[in-house]
Design a protein around this ligand. Structure first.
Ligand code: MG
Length: 244
């Protein structure tokens, strides 16, 4: 195997005025600031010590329906199941950039097809939907399957587990900033890891995720996380975030 030359030998060979003594390893060491201590969960699914826990099976206190009603979705063990037609739910608190973890499960008994099977969604800042869908052997439009930025960005892979199995989303989201004319100065970006597989890689979000028509851009501040009632009994558990 070819031996790598130490950098000082390379520099001397290039007639550099530097000698081995002139460059010290300490010169490229940065000691401040020291990263804060965060105690991780026992597994990567569990909330780290600095996380805001939004749902752990014990209470829906962090959530409301959009019209202010208390949450009518159905607790089942440590999960919360969409009650069809009760409406989407939003967090009481509003957020900007974040690392978000959630787990979701589409029904074990498969009903419907395409967009009608296990459809829900997680909306970042209440505006930008990362699609939740039973995309296991269920063809639909590619920019509407699980892991898509709805109607904007096709996921890089279909990483679905089967119906009735728990799926994880780990989402890294950068909130937008706005120019004086209320267009994006820097657009929102999202990375989505679905069951350990990157399906959105720093994807630019072009505006609101509309069912019909083009994305819309309007100035906004922090916003809630919204979980969608799309009339399918999709379940959620273990929802937490860390502000970035
Ligand atoms: Mg949806």
């Amino acid at each position: 195997m070819k031996k790598l030359l130490p950098i000082c030998v390379v520099l001397l060979a290039a007639n550099s005025s530097l000698s081995c003594q002139d460059i010290k390893p300490e010169e490229t060491e940065i000691w401040e600031p020291e990263p804060v201590l965060v105690v991780p969960g026992k597994t990567d699914r569990e909330a780290p010590s600095d996380a805001i826990v939004l749902y752990d099976g014990s209470t829906t206190d962090a959530w409301l329906h959009a019209d202010g009603r208390n949450v009518e979705w159905t607790p089942e063990g440590d999960a919360l199941v969409v009650k069809a037609k009760s409406g989407s739910i939003i967090t009481k608190d509003h957020f900007g950039s974040m690392q978000l973890h959630l787990e979701w499960r589409t029904p074990a008994v498969v009903e419907g097809e395409s967009q009608g099977r296990g459809n829900s969604g997680v909306y970042l800042q209440g505006k930008y939907e990362v699609q939740i869908l039973d995309s296991y052997d269920n063809r639909t439009y590619s920019n509407g399957q699980a892991g898509s930025v709805y109607k904007q960005a096709i996921p890089l892979a279909n990483a679905m587990r089967g119906p009735g199995q728990w799926q994880t989303y780990d989402i890294i989201y950068h909130a937008p900033t706005f120019a004086s004319d209320d267009t994006y100065e820097t657009p929102p970006y999202v990375t989505v890891i679905h069951n350990g597989v990157v399906v959105q890689n720093h994807t630019e979000i072009k505006g609101t995720t509309e069912y019909i028509g083009a994305p819309k851009v309007a100035k906004h501040g922090d916003g809630p996380i919204l979980l969608q009632d799309h009339r399918n009994p999709t379940a959620f558990r273990n929802i937490w975030l860390r502000k970035l």
